[in-house]
Design a protein around this ligand. Structure first.
Ligand SMILES: [Zn+2]
Ligand SMILES: [Zn+2]
Length: 115
């Protein structure tokens, strides 16, 4: 299902069960981010059911479980550069910088970390 101009629900689907619950605020924020970086955003992980979240070692209260988080990659941009761009999007309050991806989520309060 098309969620916005550049995102489809299948991009956020859980790899094991294909459930794809996603918070529209996350999609809107990713559109804002896409406009800033002017490149496609690859969603490496979106919604996770509890079983899949355990399988990938996700936090027990992960925002992925609520469809409020995405692990993203942007072609030609390092995760550090992506994290910098993410800070310009007010709704993306959770930012986790990892070697291979950047975690973003729409939590209530700003929080950032390095994985
Ligand atoms: Zn699943
Ligand atoms: Zn994540």
């Amino acid at each position: 299902m098309k969620l916005s101009a550049h995102f489809d629900s299948h991009e956020f689907a859980c790899p094991c069960c294909r459930r794809d619950a996603v918070d529209p605020r996350l999609v809107a924020a990713l559109e804002d981010l896409r406009a800033i970086v002017m490149r496609p955003i690859i969603v490496a992980s979106g919604f996770r059911c509890p079983g899949h979240n355990r399988a990938v070692g996700g936090a027990r209260n992960s925002y992925h479980l609520r469809g409020q988080a995405a692990d993203i990659r942007v072609p030609e941009l390092t995760p550090a550069a992506v994290a910098t761009a993410v800070r310009a999007v007010a709704a993306l309050r959770g930012i986790g910088a990892y070697a291979g991806h950047t975690h973003v989520d729409v939590r209530e309060r700003r929080y950032s970390w390095t994985g």
